[in-house]
Structure formats: C-alpha cells, structure tokens
Design a protein around this ligand. Structure first.
Ligand code: 5GP
Ligand code: ZN
Length: 136
C-alpha cells in the first residue's frame, strides 16, 4: 500500500520501537503517546477500519490486546488503561491502517482524539523494555 506509514513500519522501511510481533500483528510504541506506555497493535496487512479486518484476525486481536495491556500497566505501574480503535477520519483516525490503542492510565480525565506530545526517544526504548519484560 503506497504512502502508508504503518505499512512502511511493518515492512521495516521506517524504524519503530517494537514490543511484540507475530505473523498477524506488530506492536509498537506510539511516537506521540497520550501517556507513558501508550502502545499500538497494528495489523501486518493493510486494512483501514475494523470493517475491513477479517474476523479471524479480529478474533486474535482482543486476547493479544489483553496480554499487552496487562504487560503495559505492570511495566509502567498504572492501575487502569484504555483500549480503543478509531475508525474513519470523523472518528479521529489519522493513520488509515488499522490499529488498536492501548493507553495505560494513572490519572483520571478525558483522552484527546489526537496524538499527544512527541515521545522522549532516549526513554522510549526503556519503556518498551519494561512492557516486554512483563509479557506473559
Ligand atoms: P489514530 O488517530 O489514527 O487512531 O492514531 C494514530 C497514532 O499513531 C497516533 O497516536 C500517533 O501518535 C501514532 N503515530 C503516527 N505516526 C507514527 C509513527 O511514525 N510511528 C509511531 N510509532 N506512531 C505513530
Ligand atoms: Zn498500511
């Protein structure tokens, strides 16, 4: 898929800090995190919204998201988390390649439907490592 940043990441042409990968998914640190430990579960294949993703892939996504959420909240020491998927521009989807957000939460409050501030790239690999270390 031309001009898709997540296809470029999936194919290794653009670098990413990966937490996990398998034949269907790649999990990476969000580069503009809403909170510390914000990760993205993306499909290897290019699908735009949830309506396009085959059911057999979707059926694997939520159990994996659960595992990752547990690792992320343990890794960063958060008591809570959000899991969400934006579908279509009007919903706030900015990258038109399917992805599920996992956002550890330490503080209450509303999440904006836009990216956060750029991550500190000197710290992001260490956050990724703490999440990876907690993956069961
Ligand atoms: P959306 O609004 O499409 O649901 O979320 C897109 C997410 O992708 C945002 O949280 C944004 O920070 C993240 N993002 C955009 N470009 C990149 C990138 O090149 N690398 C990484 N790791 N995350 C990205
Ligand atoms: Zn893509």
């Amino acid at each position: 898929m031309g001009n898709c940043i997540f296809c470029e990441i999936a194919e290794g042409r653009i670098p990413s800090i990966r937490v996990y990968e398998d034949e269907d998914f790649i999990v990476l640190m969000d580069i503009n995190p809403l909170t510390v430990g914000h990760i993205l579960l993306i499909t290897r294949q290019h699908y735009v919204t949830t309506l396009e993703v085959p059911n057999n892939i979707l059926a694997k996504a939520l159990p994996l998201a659960k595992q990752l959420a547990e690792a992320a909240i343990l890794g960063v020491g958060a008591p809570a988390f959000n899991i969400f998927i934006n579908n279509g521009p009007e919903s706030g989807q900015a990258v038109h390649h399917w992805h599920l957000h996992i956002v550890p939460r330490k503080e209450p409050g509303e999440l904006p439907l836009k990216p956060g501030a750029p991550a500190d790239l000197t710290k992001l690999p260490f956050v990724a490592a703490t999440i990876r270390d907690n993956l069961k």
